[in-house]
Design a protein around this ligand. Structure first.
Ligand code: PGA
Length: 252
């Protein structure tokens, strides 16, 4: 696959002021501008998208952390794909485990994926098991993938990005990150699952890794783990640390 690695910041519910969001974004942009071998994206909370949209450029794009599956209507508190498009948002994280824990279902994710594609937004579909102890964790992930793409045709599948995010490896309380081997093994399984659904189209689908990534381990995930990109949570909140990750990925 001849695509640049994606390095995506998921800021989650941070930072607490627009001023800080803009400052951090600008700092990341100055590093991203010098590192064009990677595609860098920041996904801030919705409320900062408008200010960051005017700061974004081809070196540092913006993404959303969620989106509703309808384009308009009486849906209090939701944000539509048309609103995101209007702000030059290119990517949307869907089905993050923290949202699934709040009640988002596989069916919701499937409807959001098709709405993204219809509106030329790139969905980043997160899948991952809560524990490696369960015998059927591969089946669980296989099922999450199948459900997510039920409403799109095989030829649209290369427009979807997948992120393997083992729930047990996410966040500052995670006992450990996945190993590069575990990430690679799951990437191969995800690719096979996608090939069963979409045949050759599966070869051009990007499969990223996320969960406790930091400057010290990203080379491992991108090289030995063969990840097509990284979804970075905690380490993306400090622009210097995230900038270091962009630079390392760029120079691999
Ligand atoms: P983390 O989060 O890097 O803080 O583990 C990753 C994510 O939730 O996407």
């Amino acid at each position: 696959m001849n695509k640049k690695p994606l390095i995506i910041a998921n800021w989650k519910m941070n930072p607490q002021t627009a001023k800080e969001a803009i400052k951090n974004f600008q700092e990341i942009k100055s590093i991203a501008t010098k590192n064009k071998n990677v595609e860098t994206i920041v996904c801030p909370p919705y409320v900062y998208l408008e200010s960051l949209s005017s700061e974004s450029n081809s070196s540092l794009q913006i993404g959303a952390q969620n989106m509703f599956f309808e384009e308009s209507g009486a849906y209090t508190g939701e944000v539509s794909p048309l609103m995101l498009r209007d702000l030059k948002v290119g990517y949307v994280i869907l089905g993050h485990s923290e949202r699934r824990a709040m009640g988002e279902t596989d069916q919701d994710v499937a409807k959001k994926v098709v709405t993204c594609i219809k509106n030329s937004l790139t969905p980043i579909v997160c899948v991952g098991e809560s524990s490696r102890d369960a015998d059927d964790y591969s089946n669980f992930i296989g099922n999450q993938i199948k459900q997510a793409v039920t409403l799109i045709p095989p030829e649209a599948m290369p427009q979807v990005v997948f992120a393997y995010e083992p729930i047990w490896a996410i966040g500052k309380d995670a006992p450990r990150p996945a190993t590069a081997e575990e990430a690679k093994e799951m990437k191969l399984f995800i690719r096979k699952t996608l090939a069963d659904i979409a045949g050759d189209y599966a070869n051009s689908i990007r499969i990223m890794y996320g969960g406790s990534t930091k400057p010290e381990n990203i080379q491992e995930f991108l090289v030995a783990g063969e990840a097509d990109g990284l979804l970075v949570g905690g380490a993306s909140l400090d622009p210097k640390t995230f900038g270091e990750m962009i630079t390392i990925a760029n120079n691999l």
